[in-house]
Design a binder for this molecule. Structure first.
Ligand code: GAP
Length: 578
């Protein structure tokens, strides 16, 4: 069947119209007036989202072997004091003096041609915004005051508001705070990783971008703990020759396009900091293409020095192009060094290290102070034992040693102790791992896949809307139609639906309307295969199987359907091989 791709109108409008009408994405609590920054996933959207998450799990949990954990979405204040979110997780905001609308100051500046506005100070932003039109009412902004707005949703834990808590702004912190238990789970061996998929919350200032900027969204994050001096990925060879376009700092500064480079060369040339970061850049590229992102609309951009967090060794964003929103950061891949574990160690007083045993026990000569308790005891009475313990680990000076007890620094003269030299056995060392973090936004991925897979074509004089979703991402995988709703065709079709369900294939039975209409309905929601039961089925036990993309049909015996369809969905068989 001939199909001609036709020119589409505003693709965002078309995709969102389809998404709403067919039950992918709905405005939330519409009956009370939808709230910006929140969406509901309808039956097809929730199913598709689950498929995207499960694809992610196939890569990170099954292939990489990083176990999934699940932590609460409410966290106590100390977590976010340690992580730096209480102090610094803020965007710059201003208010329009005319319409009183709150505006994201850097977004207004960027919309008027300033690059990297998020890195500017409040004063610089205020100066830039002066005289620009308010995006909400169009009036000119006059000397707007720009100030920080913390994006965390605050809450209280338990009655009486005694304990402050926050809705988590990222899933990562749960993995960091579980680190000491994870170390034991993984038997004290580096590297290891843990992942989490779940909701995160950010009180975005003016979310006007549908599924792109939400106040409640789903993240899929992996935290991979590696030895600080061993950043060679044990399985690097799997992606060493994987070539993909990278937009490094140099290309951005010289305004030149991305360069196509293998991961091996990217590390060798110093474009990517280490094998771990390169490995997850390639894996992310691989995963996004498998999910249905268009390779031509995907780029990997390195953070510029003033954009990168001060502690990060390297940081890249996987950006996906959307007709409406331009390049949208969808995945962040960073080497965060030991920043997070150090921060939690400081706040909690726990170690956040891994004990790495040496291959062979080492011996060191150390000087140790041994207190003379005969003199120290009567002089310091109740505190003598604690002073002696503190002296044992203190560094002696020429005249004596200083110890701190209950906040008081006490000088102990040489006459009250003797120094001994001893051989100490050292079995290993405490190491604070570095963290490699690939962090995915599932909602942004889902929107990108919808937009990139959407097409309108002319087929036999009619417009066919189609979502060319990968079969295992499509919410419905097989449609089953009886040609007529009688003569036993419906019973055969229903029994086929049941057989496919047994095989864990999501099959949808549909007997309403002309067969052409039924095909169109399924094309529109991306169903990759349709099975039609007709009068020949009663004679010879065969059915037609139609491929969504080519609209070609083949006849197959009913008995072959479960195996064949399962292979087509898994991608181990192509339709043209049938
Ligand atoms: N733990 C690191 C972290 O959270 P991030 O760049 O702030 O890094 C990671 O977020 C991903 O989460 C982003 O690349 C994006 O896909 C998604 N994300 C962040 N804020 C979002 C929002 N307001 N709405 C939808 N997705 C968001």
């Amino acid at each position: 069947m001939m199909s001609i791709v036709i020119r589409m109108g505003d693709i965002y409008e078309s995709v969102m119209e389809l998404a709403k009408r067919r039950g992918f994405v709905w405005p939330t609590s519409e009956c009370y007036g939808a709230v910006a920054g929140f969406v509901d996933y309808g039956p097809l959207g929730a199913m598709m989202k689950r498929n995207v998450e499960n694809l992610w799990r196939r890569f990170y949990v099954i292939r990489e072997g990083y176990y999934e954990i699940e932590c609460p979405t409410v966290g106590s204040e100390s977590i976010y004091i340690a992580s730096g979110h209480v102090k610094g997780f803020a965007d710059k905001m201003c208010q329009c003096p005319q319409c009183r609308e709150y505006l994201r100051a850097d977004h207004v500046a960027e919309a008027h041609g300033t690059n990297g506005a998020a890195c500017l100070s409040a004063e610089d932003l205020a100066a830039l915004l002066h005289g620009l039109p308010c995006p909400a009412c169009g009036e000119l902004l006059e000397n707007p005051a720009v100030f920080d707005f913390n994006l965390m949703f605050e809450t209280s834990i338990g009655p009486g508001s005694q304990r402050k808590g926050y809705l988590r702004p990222e899933t990562a912190q749960g993995i960091f705070t579980d680190f000491n238990r994870l170390v034991r789970f993984y038997r004290n061996r580096l590297p290891f990783g843990a992942v989490q998929i779940g909701k995160s919350y950010r009180n975005e200032i003016s979310p006007r971008q549908g599924m792109i900027r939400l106040r409640e969204f789903t993240q899929a994050e992996a935290e991979i703990f590696v030895h600080p001096d061993q950043k060679e990925h044990p399985n690097f060879s799997a992606y060493a020759d994987y070539a993909m376009p990278l937009l490094g700092i140099e290309q951005q500064q010289k305004s030149t396009p991305s360069i196509l480079v293998t991961m091996k060369d990217a590390v060798a040339q110093g474009l990517v900091a280490n094998e771990y970061v390169a490995y997850y850049l390639a894996l992310t590229h691989d995963l996004l293409l498998r999910a249905g992102v268009d390779a031509e609309k995907l780029r990997f951009r390195q953070h510029l020095p003033d954009e990168r967090a001060h502690y990060a060794e390297d940081c890249w964003d996987a950006e996906i192009f959307s007709e409406r929103f331009g390049w949208v950061e969808t995945v962040g891949i960073a080497d965060r060094t030991d920043y997070d574990l150090r921060a939690h160690a400081k706040e909690s007083g726990e170690s956040f290290t891994v004990f790495i045993p040496f291959d062979e026990v080492r011996y060191e000569t150390r000087r140790r102070i041994v207190a003379d308790m005969g003199v120290l005891g009567p002089q310091y009475r109740g505190r003598a034992k604690r002073i002696a313990d503190a002296l044992a680990v203190a560094t002696p000076g020429n005249e004596g040693a200083e110890v701190t007890i209950d906040g008081e620094t006490i000088f102990i003269p040489k006459s009250l102790y003797r120094e001994v030299e001893e051989q100490v056995e050292i079995r290993g060392i405490e190491v604070r791992p570095h963290v490699i973090e690939p962090s995915y936004g599932i909602d942004r991925m889902l929107y990108a896949v919808l937009e990139h897979s959407y097409a309108e074509e002319m087929v036999e004089g009619e417009v066919r809307k189609v979502l060319r979703l990968p079969p295992d991402i499509a919410p419905v995988q097989v449609a089953v139609f009886p040609l007529m709703n009688r003569d036993g065709l419906d019973e055969i079709a229903l029994s086929i639906t049941g057989i496919l369900a047994e095989r864990a294939i999501l099959a949808q039975y549909d007997d309403s309307g002309a067969i052409g209409r039924r095909y169109r309905r399924q094309d529109e929601i991306g169903t990759p295969f349709a099975v039609t039961v007709d009068y020949d089925t009663r004679e010879d036990g065969t059915v037609t199987v139609r491929d969504r993309d080519t609209m070609r049909q083949v006849r197959l015996p009913i008995g072959d359907l479960p195996e064949t369809l399962a292979s087509l969905i898994a991608g181990t068989l192509r339709f043209d091989q049938l």
